[in-house]
Every structure is written in C-alpha cells, then in structure tokens.
Ligand binder design. Structure first.
Ligand SMILES: [Zn+2]
Length: 167
C-alpha cells in the first residue's frame, strides 16, 4: 500500500519562501510558503495556476491537509495523509532523526519537529477575512492577529471604527 504513493521531490519548484510579511524561521518557512500557495488575498491557488503549471495532486493534498491542521486546528485530513507517508527513524553518529522517503513526507517530519518546539503553533492565518495570509507570529505572548499592522491591522481597525460608528 505504501509503495502505491508516488514520491514527490519537486516541492521547491512550487513554493516561494521568504515572501513578507511574517517570514518564519528555519525550515518552518518552507511549510509557511506551501500554505500560502492557497493565496486567498488574490483568490489564486498557485498550485493550480502557477507559471510552472499545476503541481502534483500529492502536493495539493499535503497543502490542504496542512492548512486544515495548522490554520483551522482540524487534524483529521493530516492524520490520514500521514498514514500514507510513513517516516522512519534512522540513527547515525549524530543521533536519531526521522527520515522521509520524499519531500512531502519530509514536511511531516518538519511538522513534528516544529510542533515540539512550539514554533508551528505560531503559524497563523491573518484575521482579515479578505487576506488570510499565513504568517509567523513572533510576538512574545503569541497574541498577533494580522499578517502586518501596517496593512491589514490598519484596515481592520478602520473597519471596526466604521462599524462602531454605524451602531
Ligand atoms: Zn493580512
């Protein structure tokens, strides 16, 4: 059954790490960049409409399952996805590590590492419903709500002000 899942080692081709605002540290940025291929601000799914054409189905499934878990707190799809992408514990002279068969399974190893470190929980979708950009909340008490105060924060504050004015 495991062998029926085709390997995907072209992840870098589908993502654009380092796009502001809210760049994440280390390997977490790869994950954030994948989540943001579902670009709701522009209403574009970059895994379907990118310059390089459509990404493999497995990449889209991984993205959607990761987004459900990381952004919406729904683990089911990612749990099912992970069951098809087993990780193997390898032990070398530098200690034990989780080895993955391909890029997509490698994302799951990153999810485990980043969750344990508490960094995964800092990935959030912008509270502006017209934005929903996934950003890394670097605030001390993890209280950030918007991808950037300069843009979304001010937009949302202006909206709240107008809403109060109408009430
Ligand atoms: Zn935003």
């Amino acid at each position: 059954m495991v062998g029926a899942v085709p390997p995907v080692n072209t992840l870098e081709q589908w993502i654009e790490p380092g796009v502001e605002p809210g760049v994440a540290p280390g390997r977490l940025e790869r994950l954030r960049a994948l989540l943001n291929t579902d670009d709701r601000f522009h209403g574009v799914d970059r895994l379907r409409a990118g310059a390089a054409g459509a990404a493999p189905r497995e990449v889209r499934e991984a993205r959607d399952a990761l987004r459900a878990f990381v952004v919406d707190g729904r683990p089911d799809a990612l749990d099912a996805f992970a069951a098809r992408r087993p990780l193997v514990l390898r032990v070398g002279t530098d200690g034990p590590r989780l080895a993955a068969a391909d890029d997509v399974a490698g994302l799951l190893a990153d999810v485990l590492e980043e969750h344990r470190s508490g960094r995964l929980q800092r990935l959030k979708a912008c509270a502006n419903p017209d934005c929903q950009w996934v950003y890394y909340d670097a605030s001390r008490n993890r209280s950030g709500r918007w991808c950037s105060m300069g843009e979304c924060g001010d937009v949302m504050k202006a909206r709240a002000y107008r809403a109060r004015g109408r009430a």
